[in-house]
Design a protein around this ligand. Sequence first.
Ligand code: FMN
Length: 201
Amino acid sequence: MKRVLHIKSSINGNQSYSSRLGCGLVHRLRDLYTDMYVVTKDLSEEDFPHLGGDTFAAFFVPKEELSPEQEILLMASDKAIKEVMEADILIIDAPMYNFGIPSQLKAWLDHISRAGITFEYGKDGPKGLIKNTKAYISMASGGIYSKGLAKQMDFVSPYLKTIFGFLGITDIEIVRAEGTAMVETKEASIEMALGQLQLMD
Ligand SMILES: Cc1cc2nc3c(=O)[nH]c(=O)nc-3n(C[C@H](O)[C@H](O)[C@H](O)COP(=O)(O)O)c2cc1C
């Protein structure tokens, strides 16, 4: 059985292009894997917390020494990491907001990046500890960033490749619904993105 974790991060609810692209990906994956279990997490809807100082400090407290308050502070991080570790495939919906990712998605990444759990430093430098996981990044942007001069302004795909690579996830495919703010491209953007996808086991 393939376990899929679908992370939504748009503030646009049902109107979201990245969410519709992510759902389209789930749909396509069902053709590939008949036995598939999908967990969906909508970071905007559940108001996923930003990382605060007390929570970050609790990351470094040994489990048996955690206070009840610290255990509560760690709940969002522990749950998010468990969900990631259990997944074979991640689908990360990533709208471009102000040239970067939504703060909701950054908050989630801050909670899953934990020394000793999802990465560690050894004598050869940093090592990601999330193994055997494939990630699809379902991007959506008002403009077009896959080609031309605007390419250098896309801080979404290089950032996500870097952070997931750091955590051990290097099998990453970027799928883009582009030009969602442009009359001539917005209607076809999701179908075009899915059309370019070559799904392989
Ligand atoms: C707060 C905000 C900031 C945005 N910033 C950019 C941007 O920097 N570049 C861009 O091309 N589009 C930008 N857009 C447009 C979105 O990328 C576009 O609407 C995209 O479809 C959003 O994905 P979503 O529909 O999944 O939320 C922005 C939209 C919002 C709401």
